[in-house]
Design a protein around this ligand. Structure first.
Ligand SMILES: [Zn+2]
Length: 68
């Protein structure tokens, strides 16, 4: 997937990646999104993922590593 493909936008609050048509973040309920983001991490089991803890993610899903 191309980072600059702009298929997804990232939630500014929790960094969840969602479809561009999404109005409200399914993870945290925020309505603020950014088109400028970098890196993708897929969290399957947040309880056991050190990366999830590092990024403060507690729900499974696809997240941007960095939201600009
Ligand atoms: Zn969110």
């Amino acid at each position: 997937m191309s980072i600059r493909g702009r298929i997804f936008k990232a939630c500014r609050k929790c960094r969840a990646l969602v479809d561009r048509e999404t109005i409200e973040c399914p993870v945290c309920g925020s309505k603020e999104f950014s088109d400028e983001w970098e890196g993708v991490v897929v969290i399957i089991d947040p309880e056991r993922s050190g990366l999830a803890k590092l990024l403060n993610i507690d729900k499974p899903g696809k997240y941007a590593i960095k939201v600009l």
